[in-house]
Ligand binder design. Structure first.
Ligand code: AMP
Length: 215
């Protein structure tokens, strides 16, 4: 089984594509955003420290995110192959990841870059709604991703919620940060020969078909 990194603008659908890969191929989905949100939800000391930054879309320190990631990668289920979502987000994190990989005797096999423009990504971000019970993602603006009943999860019938950082101001900040940081990361993996660019402008099914061809 492969270890994959997903790189994409915020709200590009990494979560949706990861769910499809998990269901079909049994990958473990590891999202640094989820690891951090868990700390916030559990109101741990760390969670209280990072809550405000996360709401504003500000990046959390390398030290904190890398430590959480290393701990998560050490869990048994990562042996099944994993999808790393949200890390690396800046060039230094490529290097940090390389040392984590060495320490854990692991390797990244392929880096998938979901390519899309700001306007489309923003539209998706503002329409994104998630089930607080099962975590399934929907989108009120995307035909292919609307829930069957307005604002209710298809599986749990629970009311869907928006992420507090999916507002226009926070999205723009996150998108601009992403553009600044992503280029050196892409070059890094291109040089290693493991970068694959996926056109992400179609429906989630179109994107998934392209991903399957690559992996
Ligand atoms: P995401 O769910 O990937 O959109 O991440 C949500 C928020 O978590 C980001 O806006 C950052 O505040 C924080 N975050 C997630 N991954 C990282 C990372 N690799 N480095 C720094 N901060 C991160």
């Amino acid at each position: 089984m492969k270890n994959i990194i997903f790189i994409a603008p915020p709200a590009a659908g990494k979560g949706t594509q990861s769910d499809l890969l998990v269901k079909k191929y049994g990958f473990t989905h590891i999202s640094t955003g989820d690891l951090l949100r868990k700390e916030v939800a559990e109101q741990t000391e760390l969670g209280r420290e990072i809550e405000e930054k996360m709401q504003k879309g500000i990046l959390i320190s390398n030290e904190i995110v890398s430590a959480l990631l290393k701990k998560r990668l050490s869990a048994k289920d990562s042996e099944a192959g994993y999808i790393l979502d949200g890390y690396p987000r800046k060039y230094e994190q490529c290097k940090l990841l390389e040392s984590i990989m060495q320490e854990l005797d692991m390797q990244i096999d392929v880096v998938l870059y979901l390519d899309m423009d700001e306007k489309t990504a923003m539209h998706r971000a503002l329409g994104r709604i998630t089930c607080p019970k099962c975590g399934r993602g929907f989108n009120k603006y995307e035909e292919a991703m609307k829930p069957k009943n307005e604002n209710l999860c298809d599986d749990c019938n629970v009311e869907l919620t928006s992420r507090s950082d999916d507002n226009e101001e926070s999205f723009k900040l996150r998108f601009n940060q992403y553009i600044e940081e992503v280029e050196p990361i892409l070059n890094y993996y291109k040089e290693l020969g493991i970068l694959r660019v996926i056109d992400n402008s179609g429906t989630p099914d179109d994107t998934f078909a392209k991903i399957e061809e690559v992996i």
